[in-house]
Design a protein around this ligand. Structure first.
Ligand SMILES: *Cc1c(COP(=O)(O)O)cnc(C)c1O
Length: 458
């Protein structure tokens, strides 16, 4: 006990420690004082618990306090290096923004803007005007608006149906992930779900039979995203469905999920529904995400008939879902890039990564291998990566990856995965068949030295 009291008396005072030259060099401040106080409190606690035989020297305490201060200053939401190859990884923030979009965010964030103000008239305006023209131009729709994500867009579109019956195929009652479930969203909108058809096959006549004059408010078509059915399956074409809806004077709503603005078939990416095709087929309201294949910020885009869009803009829920100015700025800048189709794949990072040809990826993987070679046993492999964001769930796209083994053989793939993940900048890879690998599709060449440094640090 005497020892403990002796040790406790030896603990320096906060003010004394703050006078240490390496701390005065940091310029003081409340954060530093707090860090010093916490380090000394911890020490006091450890002494009382009998865990300390000898008081650490002042230099050690100062180093501890400095480290703690820097750790506390580090933002919780931080950059990570994506070595999963999944381009639209929801957990890692989906689409990285184009430079033009970043500049627009910066400009909109640093001062005031004409967000809801018409400069010509000197009067109040709507935030939708900044992007509505771009969306209608790119999709062929009559009108458009934007909300904070696609889940909100679907909810708003259904809410505009005002509690009537909404007919959905049993094959499209899906869960998208992150608790977006079609039946639940429908219930939340106040509408009544009317299921038609079967899990694998739904025909036009199934929809026709379910329509009841006065009761039915809409037909809903849902892109099943990361759920794929094959074999004995059937569903009506969009045009057929649109005709049925029009004949009964009700809207056909389509949740496209990851709406593509331009066809990507020339880059070897097939099967992605393009928004303009849905509009052309006669869909009345199309909704899709801003941060999936579009490659912009989180947003939900609604494009379609003017009457319905006007109804949604005036809906009380629209205010609760409205897009903020930073996303609006990023979205406008991203959409503008689509006006130059020759450049769009070059300028929008998500599309660039998606369309990167296999030989370029292999070259990139060899470059990474070269930088990693001094610190481990590295091999280049060809693999299949996923687009993410519900696009092309089955069709892996050919990619290249490096398989990393530590110089010391006993480090397991799981231990390697953990080591890279827990570094100063988390590096997220994947373990497949007991091998740890980084897919170069989603890696930036500028991050290669950082990856090498992390391997060296084992
Ligand atoms: C991704 C997705 C959603 C949800 O979109 P968020 O932008 O994440 O809110 C809804 N429906 C479909 C079909 C999707 O693929």
């Amino acid at each position: 006990m005497n020892d403990i009291n002796y040790l406790l008396r030896q603990i320096p005072k906060v003010d004394e420690l703050l006078l240490h030259e390496s701390l005065t060099r940091l310029g003081g401040g409340a954060m530093l004082t707090q860090a010093v106080r916490e380090v000394l409190d911890d020490l006091r606690h450890d002494i009382k618990a009998g865990r300390v035989d000898m008081l650490p020297c002042r230099d050690a305490l100062v180093a501890k306090a400095t480290k703690r201060m820097y750790e506390q200053q580090k933002p919780n939401l931080q950059r990570v290096i994506n070595g999963t190859g999944i381009i639209l990884h929801t957990n890692l923030g989906r689409a990285p923004l184009a430079k033009e979009a970043l500049d627009a965010v910066h400009e909109a964030a640093r001062g005031y803007s004409n967000l809801e103000y018409c400069v010509e008239k000197g009067a109040r305006s709507s935030r939708h005007v900044h992007i509505e023209g771009l969306i209608t131009e790119l999709t062929g729709a009559e009108a458009a608006m934007v909300v904070n994500n696609n889940a909100a867009a679907v909810l708003l579109a259904l809410s505009a149906v005002e509690g009537k019956d909404v007919i959905v195929s049993r094959g499209e009652l899906v869960e998208i992930g992150g608790s977006f479930r079609v039946p639940d969203v429908l219930t939340q909108s106040g509408c009544r779900l009317v299921e038609v058809g079967t899990t694998n096959k739904t025909h036009v006549r199934d929809y026709e039979r379910a329509i009841q004059a006065g009761l039915t408010g809409a037909l809903l078509r849902v892109h099943t995203s990361n759920f794929i059915m094959s074999g004995f399956v059937a569903k009506p074409g969009l045009e057929e469905l649109a005709k049925v809806a029009a004949a009964h004077d009700i809207p056909l709503i389509e949740d496209l999920g990851s709406g593509c603005i331009v066809p990507l078939s020339q880059y070897g990416i097939y099967g992605q529904p393009v928004v303009a095709d849905s509009i052309k087929a006669g869909v009345d309201i199309v909704t899709f995400s801003g941060d999936k294949l579009l490659g912009g910020p989180q947003a939900g885009i609604i494009a379609g008939r003017a009457g319905w869009v006007a109804k949604m803009k005036a809906h009380p829920l629209a205010r609760a879902m409205r897009i903020d100015k930073l996303c609006l700025a990023a979205l406008e800048a991203t959409l503008r890039l689509y006006r130059d189709l020759a450049m769009v794949v070059e300028k929008i990072p998500a599309l660039k990564m998606l369309c990167e040809p296999p030989d370029k990826l292999l070259e990139k993987a060899r470059l990474l291998k070269e930088q990693l070679d001094p610190y481990g046993e590295i091999s280049v492999v060809t693999e299949a990566s996923l687009a993410g964001g519900g696009a092309m769930p089955e069709e892996g796209i050919a990619t290249a990856a490096v398989v990393i083994k530590a110089a010391r053989q006993q480090v397991s793939a799981q231990a390697l995965e953990r080591h890279f993940r827990l570094g100063p900048v988390p590096i997220i890879g994947r373990v497949s068949r007991d091998r740890f690998m980084l897919d170069v599709r989603t890696l930036d060449v500028e991050d290669f030295p950082q990856i090498a440094a992390r391997l060296q640090a084992i």
